[in-house]
Write a protein that binds this ligand. Structure first.
Ligand SMILES: [Mg+2]
Length: 305
C-alpha cells in the first residue's frame, strides 16, 4: 500500500513537525511504502492530496490537528482516498470522536492490519465539508477567541479561559431554525449541529451523535442568564447538560439557520462563514483509518442507542 504522510508544521505549535522523526522510525520496518510531505498552507495540502491520488497513493495520513483534518476534507472527498490521522494538535477532538488512542505509535501500528471506518461527511451551503460539529453563538465566540490565541493555553484549560472571556461580552440572539420539516424560532445562547459528540477540546455537546447514521444532532441552548450558562458549563464535558430544561436536542438531515443579527459559524474549530447557512448530510462519506476489527456501525467514544 502506498501511503502519503502529510505533516502540518504549524499544528500543536510545531508538535507534528517534532514528531516526524519518530513517525519515520516507526514506519521504517513497515511493508507499506511511505512518502512524506510537509505542507505550509491548506491550499498546498489539498493540492498534494489531489496530486497524490493521480500518482497512485492509496492512503493519506495526516499529522496535525483538527484544523488540518477540516482543511483536507474537500480534497479527501474529491479523491475518495481513505484518511488516517495522527493527532498532534491542541484539541484533538477528531481523534476523540473516532476513538483513536492517544499513543501515536499505536495508531501507526494500525497499518500492520489496516481497517477503515466509513463516516458521514456533512457540508455547509453545499460546499464546505465538516466532519464533527458546526456551531453558532456562544461556542463560536469562544472559538474565535481561541483561534486568536487570546488567553488560549491549549487543551481544556485554554478553552475554559476563552469561555470566561467570551461570556463577558456575549449577548443572546434571535434565530430561526429549520430542521427538515420542523421550524423553531427563539432567542438562544448557541446552536450546535453535530455529526460527532465532541468539540472544543473534549466538550461532549451531542452525546448521542453517531458519525455514520446519516443524520445530524442539533443542540439548541435557549436564552439563559449568563451565570446559569457558566454554572451549567462544566456539565458539557460529561454530556449531562442535555437534560437542562432550556436545552433542546433535535436530529435531522437538512438544517437551516438564519438570524437578523450578524453571526459567525465555526465548524471543526475553523471559521466557516456567516449566517444564513444550510447544513446537509447524506450525500457524501469518507473512510477513516480505525483500529482493526472496528465495525462501521459502532462508535468510538460515544454511546450506542
Ligand atoms: Mg450523525
Amino acid at each position: 500500500m502506498r501511503v502519503l504522510v502529510i505533516v502540518n508544521p504549524l499544528a500543536g505549535r510545531g508538535k507534528a513537525l517534532r514528531l516526524l522523526p519518530n513517525i519515520k522510525r516507526w514506519f521504517s520496518q513497515s511493508s507499506h511504502d511511505f512518502h512524506y510531505e510537509i505542507t505550509n498552507t491548506p491550499e498546498e495540502m489539498r493540492s498534494k492530496i489531489m496530486t497524490a491520488s493521480a500518482e497512485g497513493i492509496e492512503v493519506i495520513l495526516l499529522s496535525g490537528g483538527d484544523g488540518t483534518v477540516h482543511h483536507a476534507l474537500p480534497a479527501i472527498a474529491e479523491t475518495g482516498l481513505p484518511l488516517g490521522f495522527l493527532p498532534s494538535g491542541r484539541g484533538n477532538d477528531f481523534a476523540r470522536n473516532m476513538g483513536l488512542p492517544v499513543d501515536l505509535k499505536r495508531i501507526c501500528s494500525f497499518f500492520s492490519k489496516p481497517s477503515f471506518r466509513q463516516v458521514d461527511l456533512p457540508n455547509i451551503n453545499q460546499k464546505t465539508p465538516f466532519v464533527a460539529i458546526a456551531y453558532v453563538g456562544f461556542d463560536s465566540e469562544v472559538n474565535r477567541l481561541a483561534n486568536h490565541h487570546q488567553g488560549y493555553w491549549g487543551g481544556t484549560l485554554g478553552y475554559v479561559i476563552c469561555v470566561l472571556k467570551a461570556l463577558k461580552h456575549f449577548k443572546p440572539f434571535e434565530i430561526k431554525i429549520t430542521i427538515d420539516d420542523y421550524h423553531w424560532r427563539g432567542r438562544v445562547m448557541m446552536v450546535s449541529i453535530a455529526n460527532a459528540p465532541f468539540y472544543g477540546g473534549g466538550m461532549k455537546i451531542a452525546p448521542q451523535a453517531i458519525m455514520d447514521d446519516g443524520k445530524l444532532d442539533i443542540c439548541i441552548v435557549k436564552e439563559i442568564p449568563k451565570l446559569e450558562l457558566l454554572w451549567q458549563f462544566p456539565k458539557v464535558f460529561k454530556g449531562t447538560h442535555v437534560t437542562h430544561p432550556n436545552i433542546m436536542m433535535v436530529s435531522g438531515k437538512k438544517i437551516k439557520l438564519s438570524s437578523e443579527e450578524e453571526r459567525e459559524l465555526f465548524a471543526d474549530g475553523e471559521y466557516a462563514g456567516k449566517l444564513p447557512v444550510e447544513c446537509t448530510i447524506g450525500h457524501r462519506t469518507i473512510r477513516v483509518l480505525a483500529p482493526a476489527g472496528h465495525d462501521s456501525k459502532e462508535g468510538g467514544n460515544h454511546e450506542t442507542h
